[in-house]
Write a protein that binds this ligand. Structure first.
Ligand SMILES: *[C@@H]1O[C@H](CO)[C@@H](O)[C@H](O)[C@H]1NC(C)=O
Ligand SMILES: *[C@@H]1O[C@H](CO)[C@@H](O)[C@H](O)[C@H]1NC(C)=O
Length: 338
């Protein structure tokens, strides 16, 4: 063998070694999709960091599955430097990252336009987070095609229109946050209806323009929290509570038009925070509330409550402002009862 052949053989061996140990290197199709994604933004700092000559699995916002080399996380959290400013709309090319499991856009005010239908190609996506952006248009009904979806967080955008009932067909979707948008219409009764009873639900619809009543089907859903504050909801909400329930731990119904008799409510044992202020709730505060050992925050102000504020046990007496502006509540920390 000549020296040249030996060198050639060595080179060949080296190439083989590197290509077999490169399972974390970027998948070709994924890289193509990411470069198309980058090119669709006007003036993005991605130009400087997403270089075609480098392994896309090493790019700051990208994570790859170690075993398959496929891009499975794409996260633009604009919370800490070095910040990437996304200026433009969500590129259709994101739909070509077919192994994607988590997609996050957080705090990108110049990210605008609607949620693109190409997202429905992401059949492995379990977390879709678009928070604090200029994204507008509806909460698309086609999101129900994301069959792996578990968490949908679309808070603090400019979304409008109604909440699509189709979201209720996703059995694994346990966490829905659509807070601080301009959503109208009623809350679909279908939400969480296909969810397995062993799961706990999370719902934040606060800061919208929702009307109508809370669907009675929510009475059989175990919530960890349910935030409906700052809407135009009406009717009864007492069925969200109940002594036999595991949850909810946190309930926030402030600034709506809820109207029910609080005297008849039994609070769940593990209730931690209850804010029912600024409604039309009547009756009195049940004594049973003094038995809640985890209660950290209670606000019943600005309602039509009457009677003596319960005391006893280790029940913390919250500041007077949390009982203020009711019809005739009395006793500590307000005026003594007559
Ligand atoms: C986004 O890009 C457009 C077009 O280049 C530009 O006019 C606009 O000022 C940019 N917006 C932000 C917030 O950078
Ligand atoms: C309920 O939500 C409002 C905002 O909508 C907030 O100001 C308030 O602190 C919340 N209450 C609790 C107990 O977290």
């Amino acid at each position: 063998m000549t020296r040249a052949t030996i060198l050639l053989l060595l080179l060949l061996l080296l190439t083989l070694f590197f290509s077999s140990s490169s399972s974390s290197r970027c998948h070709d199709g994924d890289k193509k999709a990411l470069l198309a994604f980058k090119d669709s933004f006007f003036s993005s700092s991605l130009d400087a960091t997403w270089l075609e000559s480098t392994d896309c699995c090493s790019w700051h916002e990208v994570l790859c599955d170690k075993a398959t080399g496929r891009v499975n996380f794409l996260q633009f959290n604009n919370n800490f430097p070095p910040a990437v400013l996304l200026n433009g709309s969500i590129p259709a090319a994101v739909g070509d990252l077919s192994a994607l499991e988590v997609l996050v856009f957080r705090s990108h005010p110049a990210l605008v336009g609607p949620i693109p239908p190409q997202l429905t190609k992401l059949r492995k996506l379990y977390d879709l987070t678009i928070v604090g952006t200029g994204v507008s248009g509806p909460v698309p009904s086609f999101l129900s095609k994301l069959s792996s979806l578990q968490q949908l967080d679309l808070g603090r955008n400019s979304l409008s229109g109604a909440i699509p009932p189709s979201l209720g067909s996703l059995a694994g979707l346990t966490d829905i946050r659509l807070n601080d948008n301009q959503l109208t219409g009623t809350i679909p009764a279908s939400l969480f209806s296909k969810m397995s009873k062993q799961y706990l639900a999370y719902l934040d619809l606060s800061g919208n323009k929702l009307t109508g009543q809370i669907p009675s089907s929510f009475g059989s859903v175990e919530f960890v929290y349910i935030y409906l504050s700052d809407n135009r909801l009406t009717g009864d909400a007492s069925f969200l509570l109940g002594k036999s329930k595991n949850g909810p731990y946190r309930v926030n119904l402030t600034r709506n038009g809820f109207e029910f008799d609080l005297s008849k409510v039994e609070f769940p044992d593990r209730l931690g925070r209850l804010d029912i202020s600024h409604n039309k709730i009547y009756g009195s505060i049940p004594d049973q509330i003094t038995q809640l050992r985890d209660l950290l925050w209670l606000d019943v102000s600005y309602n039509k409550l009457c009677g003596k504020i319960p005391s006893g046990g280790s029940f913390p007496l919250f500041y007077d402002k949390y009982y203020a502006h009711n019809k005739c509540l009395c006793g500590e920390p307000l005026q003594p009862c007559k």
